[in-house]
Design a protein around this ligand. Structure first.
Ligand code: SF4
Ligand code: SF4
Length: 407
């Protein structure tokens, strides 16, 4: 998938390209925020009208813009409008620039000031001690000593954990699984541990590009010191930053090859580096997280990996691939308006409940964490697992954390 470069567009013209056809409000799988709010400003169409006023300079901070701000930041950046609109507008990137305009006008949501403070104080979005990036869960790892010895070593391949995958219990399982898979494949790799800082995604997604810059530069410098040539990450939000958004919004081109987890697992399978010996005997459906699917085009890689896992019967969600429903956690919406994110997740749960799958797989720590939280609340008995966890289990790998989390 070719990621659109903002330089290709004359951004001043963007809002005028919208034909006001309203298709982004009615099309299959389209805007989750419009589906919940039923107000123009929460759809692509409405945001293009706001963008037009911003471009004309006719919106001023004194105009009482709070309602419009709620719409600009009440968006999961899911890319649904970009997928469905017949006009070639890089909606998600335009929204991020609009958020930056609102920041400059002093109209950033209050919650984001707290998010920024958390990031600056603790270097991670969870507000936890950096020590806990590894030591918070390494006791779950079956070979803790080797894991800790790997940290900070020189290597050509680096595993970038990301904040959610370092600190959130269910998402940590994918991190443990991936280190075990890499060991099984005899991969020589490194990771930064407490020296890894947030990739900056929460700030880039909300328009504070300069705060994001210091985070991006820190991680890039650390990898250069270790001789890293390629970076693997399970988080599609982090992937998008490293592979595309540093270039687009910060004018930084990290000098590494960037791989998304399912891409890496596919590579290992293609090179016969994994031997699956443990049939899982489950029916699995797959959630295409927005940053992995619509926003980056990784539809086939996770499905190919699932195809190779013994004992897996695969069933698509009713809305899948480019029509996949957003889980509600994208665009920093959980931090801005958790109730709104929860309302969006109900549509996702309804879609999942239409399958006979017992396990919902995804390759995004935020989606896994949010769906694992929302499904039981909606009365669902389905389990959510990261693809990395299923790969590790099909390799016969075991660790204590998995039993604790899923018992
Ligand atoms: S589908 Fe595209 S052109 Fe039509 S109203 Fe929505 S943003 Fe505008
Ligand atoms: S990015 Fe998603 S949530 Fe935001 S306006 Fe487009 S379809 Fe709606």
């Amino acid at each position: 998938m070719e990621f659109p470069s903002l330089k290709k567009y004359n951004l001043q013209d963007m809002p005028y390209m919208c034909a006001q056809c309203s298709f982004c409000q009615v099309g299959n799988g389209a805007c989750p925020t419009y589906k919940v709010k039923r107000r123009d400003s929460f759809s692509g169409k409405g945001k293009m009208i706001i963008a037009r006023s911003l471009a004309q300079g006719s919106l001023k901070a004194s105009d009482g813009l709070e309602g419009l701000r709620d719409a600009i930041f009440g968006c999961t950046l899911c890319g649904g409008c970009e997928e469905i609109c017949q006009v070639d507008i890089p909606f998600v990137q335009v929204y991020q620039l609009m958020r930056s305009d609102f920041l400059k006008m002093g109209l950033w949501p209050e919650q984001l000031e707290m998010t920024k403070k958390t990031l600056l104080d603790s270097q991670n979005i969870q507000g936890q001690s950096q020590m806990d990036r590894v030591e918070g869960w390494s006791y779950w790892h079956p070979d803790e000593d080797t894991l800790l010895d790997t940290m900070g070593q020189e290597a050509k391949t680096a595993f970038f954990f990301g904040c959610a995958s370092s600190f959130r219990g269910v998402s940590i399982q994918a991190t443990i699984a991936t280190t075990l898979i890499m060991d099984k494949a005899s991969e020589s790799y490194t990771f930064l541990g407490e020296d890894e800082v947030c990739c900056g995604a929460p700030m880039i997604m909300t328009g504070d590009f300069e705060t994001a810059r210091q985070f991006a530069e820190h991680n890039i410098e650390k990898y250069k010191e270790l001789g890293v040539e390629r970076v693997i990450t399970n988080c599609p939000g982090c992937y998008k930053m490293w592979a595309h958004e540093y270039h687009t919004f910060l004018d930084i081109d990290p000098p590494f090859e960037i791989l998304y987890g399912p891409e890496y697992f596919e590579e290992l399978i293609d090179n016969n580096r994994l031997e699956f010996n443990n049939p899982l005997d489950i029916t699995v459906t797959f959630h295409d997280g927005c940053d992995a699917g619509r926003n980056a085009g990784f539809y086939e890689q996770p499905r190919k990996v699932l195809e190779h896992l013994p004992g897996v019967t695969f069933e698509e969600l009713p809305h899948n691939k480019s029509n996949c429903f957003c889980c509600g956690s994208g665009g920093v919406l959980r931090a801005i308006d958790a109730d709104f994110a929860n309302q969006i997740s109900k549509l996702k749960v309804e879609d999942i409940e239409q399958t006979s799958a017992s396990v919902v797989a995804a390759s995004c720590p935020s989606c896994v964490d949010f769906m694992q939280d929302q499904l039981p609340q909606a009365g669902s008995s389905k389990t959510v697992k990261d693809l990395a966890v299923l790969v590790a289990q099909a390799l016969g790998l075991e660790w204590d954390g998995l039993d604790e989390i899923y018992e």
